[in-house]
Write a protein that binds this ligand. Structure first.
Ligand code: FAD
Length: 433
């Protein structure tokens, strides 16, 4: 009899809810990971750094398990086929996994649950990647919050030390199935190649978190944690990070609450997973969708230095500073009148920390169509943003060194013209709302 623990975006052996309960309740626990071809087949970049990151993490977990004389079973196929294969290979008594809040994940898990039911195998699932999920933090009358500030107040009021308590997985490590290491398919086997992008470390200095509030808005300063990728794939525990943040910086903790907020929104409003605006009226906007302009924006060739700096940072590192994400996103939707979904997809293809909930939330915020978005008539002025947040042009000079010379491209659109065009187009779709 074997108990399966299915890793997805919780790639660690410590402080992991599903793994904890599997190990605590069973003797022969076999962790598995599925390189899901439904997802991988959609990636056009065969050097995708996220695939490499998962691969490196998986091989690291395999090494750790080897030390306990056990193994990870890695499959490269669809989840449905993977479970059919596992059912064939092992006598499975239960399957454990952590919750997913996106539409694809929810549907995938429902299908696997159905398959397991046919074999009378229970499917146990847990909250792991957020502090509060689903309807754990809702308004008094039970409805979900759609505005961040009251949500964050309730989040803090609901919090007890219990939510930050780590799961002591180590206590039960002897309950892993004893088995010789099972070969992990290579990147090459899966049609991928090594990426050259470097990943940020899993640790962040206390001083950075302490100074977060005053430094986080300046892209030239190394003032944010760069932990996004680790939160995305679960290579760090949100409980541990949030507990640590709470003692050092309320502002930093607030950002982690934004993360919970957007996951809660995705779960409560699944239509946003289908490309729909959170506020339906915004789907009436007549976007210009000039593909020439879009390509220039992607390449960092708009002639707006702060926008170009951000896009070039993204293209070469897989990261973009939050302030600049807001500026580049606003510029695409409002200055170029290009549908936010195109920008959302471009970010999704490039960001190491890509996360559907946060990315969609950020894009709909910029377009004005999201929950708790700024009113649409508030349009970022890229020049003023530069003055405020990159006054000495350090960030711009790093990424757009030619910007003070003759060979820098002229602005793709004039600011005041773009502003007026945007206001007129939004107004035509929305009236005076
Ligand atoms: P820090 O500032 O150090 O914050 C710590 C962590 O808090 C982040 O790693 C992240 O997990 C969380 N966090 C911070 N800000 C937010 C936020 N506004 N919403 C949700 N979580 C937040 N974040 C993603 O994790 N994935 C995305 O795909 C993503 N796309 C975005 C797209 C747009 C258009 C915008 C405006 C924002 C987006 N964000 C996204 C939010 C934010 O920009 C990043 O989380 C942050 O820049 C990551 O850098 P960091 O790890 O240094 O963050």
């Amino acid at each position: 009899q074997v108990t399966i623990c299915w890793f997805r975006r919780d790639l660690r052996l410590t402080d992991n809810a599903a793994l904890y309960y599997a190990l605590k309740n069973h003797k022969n626990v076999l962790p598995i990971f599925i390189f899901d071809t439904n997802i991988l087949d959609k990636l056009s970049d065969k050097k995708d750094a996220r695939v490499q990151f998962i691969y490196d993490t998986i091989t690291n977990i395999q090494q750790q398990l080897k030390a306990t004389k056990s193994s990870l079973h890695v499959l490269y196929t669809t989840p449905q086929k993977a479970f059919n294969e596992l059912l064939h290979t092992y006598q499975i008594d239960a399957v454990y996994t952590n919750h997913d809040y996106e539409k694809y994940g929810i549907e995938r898990d429902a299908a696997i649950n159905n398959l397991l039911k046919q074999h009378n195998i229970p499917f146990h699932t847990y909250k792991d990647q957020v502090i509060f999920e689903k309807d754990e933090v809702v308004k008094d009358e039970g409805k979900p919050y759609t505005v961040f500030t009251p949500y964050s107040k309730k989040w803090k009021a609901t919090l007890t030390s219990y939510q930050f308590k780590p799961y002591p997985n180590e206590k039960y490590f002897s309950n892993f199935l004893k088995i010789n290491p099972i070969d992990v398919p290579t990147l090459h086997d899966m049609g991928f190649e090594k990426s050259t992008i470097n990943y940020p470390p899993t640790e962040v200095a206390d001083t950075l978190i302490k100074h977060y509030q005053i430094q986080r808005d300046f892209p030239a300063v190394a003032g944010t944690s760069h932990l996004g990728i680790h939160l995305r794939f679960g290579t760090i525990s949100i409980r541990q990070l949030a507990a640590h943040a709470q003692s050092l910086s309320e502002t930093f903790l607030n950002e982690l609450i934004w993360r919970d907020f957007y996951h809660m929104i995705t779960w409560h409003f699944p239509y946003i997973n289908e490309g729909k605006a959170f506020k339906p009226a915004y789907d009436k906007i007549q976007w210009s969708n000039n593909m020439n302009d879009f390509e220039k924006w992607c390449a960092g060739q708009t002639g707006y230095p702060i926008v170009d700096a951000g896009m070039r940072e993204l293209n070469s590192t897989g990261f973009m500073h939050n302030r600049v994400r807001m500026i580049t996103a606003s510029f695409l939707c409002k200055h170029l009148l290009i549908d936010w979904r195109l920008g959302e997809a471009y970010f999704a293809s490039k960001l190491l920390d890509f996360d559907f909930a946060a990315n969609n939330g950020g894009w709909q915020w910029a377009a004005g169509s999201g929950c708790d978005a700024a009113p649409y008539f508030r349009i970022f002025n890229p020049y003023l943003q530069t003055k405020k947040f990159d006054a000495d042009l350090k960030y711009i000079r790093k990424w757009v060194p030619e910007f003070e010379g003759f060979n820098y491209v002229p602005p793709i659109v004039e600011h005041t013209f773009a502003r007026d065009r945007c206001l007129a187009t939004y107004k035509a779709a929305l009236g005076n709302t």
